[in-house]
Ligand binder design. Structure first.
Ligand code: PGA
Length: 246
């Protein structure tokens, strides 16, 4: 029997509504019934929608919740920020950290992402740490170099305590994806830097029509899904596809 675990993580970014959060939770959690336990599904909505998601889910829900960010400090004068403790208290098990949009828009560095991951781990959260090269680096063949830099500090974290999401920045929201061999090479590099037990997800224009091919790359432990995760039906299809692979 295969022991492959697969994570499907819905990153709603700054999208969605209370209604959609409730509908998504009902439908996607129902779709998980009967699916092998090694298929993990996680919804990461904007912070204000977390209570709606919690209310829509039964206590023993298969669908887990995550946040899209947390602050590195425990508490204090950080207007507009949210701590790892608060994320945990809000019902989250996961937290996405170092997404390329945050790196680009809010100047998050590898060092800051590491501090956030450490703060999240103290609270028992599972960080999903995003790495990936810009289009220019990809075109110049510098993907390996970028991944080496971005993963260097992560060796300070306990292997297996966090997930990594390899998201080439040029593939996010663009409809473009790397080839299977390119995804495989990036994932192998990340695993060899961080330990072979590190689960590495792929992200960037994942949808129900390309998920099977992406999960066909043996090193891929799931997907971080942006745009396509706003459709509960599409998410259900993706769960069915993941269930075929475990
Ligand atoms: P996308 O976004 O699936 O819309 O490309 C993925 C992400 O940014 O996590």
């Amino acid at each position: 029997m295969s022991t492959r675990a697969i994570w499907l993580v819905a990153n709603w970014k700054m999208n969605g509504s209370k209604d959609l959060a409730q509908q998504f939770c009902h439908r996607v959690n129902a779709a998980l019934a009967g699916v092998p336990a090694s298929v993990n599904a996680v919804l990461c909505p904007p912070f204000p929608l977390l209570p709606d998601a919690v209310l829509a889910l039964p206590g023993n829900a298969r669908l887990q919740l995550g946040a899209q960010n947390c602050h590195a400090e425990k508490e204090g004068a950080f207007t507009g920020e949210v701590s790892a403790t608060q994320v945990k208290e809000a019902g989250c098990r996961y937290v996405i950290l170092g997404h390329s949009e945050r790196r680009a828009q809010f100047g998050e560095s590898d060092a800051l992402v590491l501090k956030k991951a450490q703060a999240a781990l103290v609270q028992g959260l599972i960080p999903i740490i995003c790495v990936g090269e810009q289009e220019e680096d990809y075109k110049k063949g510098r993907t390996a170099e970028v991944l080496k830099t971005q993963t260097a500090g992560l060796t300070k974290l306990a292997v297996g305590s966090y997930l990594v999401a390899y998201e080439p920045v040029w593939a996010i929201g663009s409809g473009k994806t790397p080839s299977g061999p390119e995804i495989s090479a990036a994932h192998r590099q990340i695993k060899s830097a961080l330990g072979s037990e590190t689960s590495v997800l792929y992200g960037g224009s994942v949808k129900s029509t390309n998920l099977r091919e992406i999960l066909g790359v043996s090193e891929v432990a799931g997907a971080l899904i942006g745009g396509a995760s706003l459709e509960p039906e599409g998410m259900k299809t993706m769960i069915e596809i993941a269930a075929e692979q475990v």
